[in-house]
Design a protein around this ligand. Structure first.
Ligand SMILES: [Zn+2]
Length: 95
């Protein structure tokens, strides 16, 4: 897992490799980093699944539901039950 400091270090190394970098550009790069941890989050999601019902990290084998062509992940049968009920309710309300 990459911490924010590691990201900054990596970015600075990259910036330093470019000739004639101004402090101004360093400032911009640091500022941008705050708005761009999305890549890190995406990376994390590909390895760690969060239960769609209770939002806890799923350890071990997740329960995978396919609804409306999308994958939904649940940590345990009780979450599966609650989530399915909620999902059906929301779907019904959207109609
Ligand atoms: Zn759960």
């Amino acid at each position: 897992m990459v911490s924010r400091q590691e990201l900054v270090d990596e970015l600075l190394q990259h910036v330093e490799a470019v000739d004639g970098v101004l402090d101004y550009e360093h400032h911009i790069a640091t500022k941008r980093l705050k708005d761009a941890p999305r890549a890190v989050i995406t990376d994390r999601l590909s390895t760690t699944l969060i239960c769609f019902q209770c939002r806890k990290v799923i350890e071990g084998e997740p329960i995978k539901l396919k609804m409306d062509g999308r994958d939904h992940y649940l940590c345990c049968p009780s979450c599966e039950k609650l989530y399915t009920e909620k999902y059906q309710r929301l779907k019904g309300a959207a109609r």
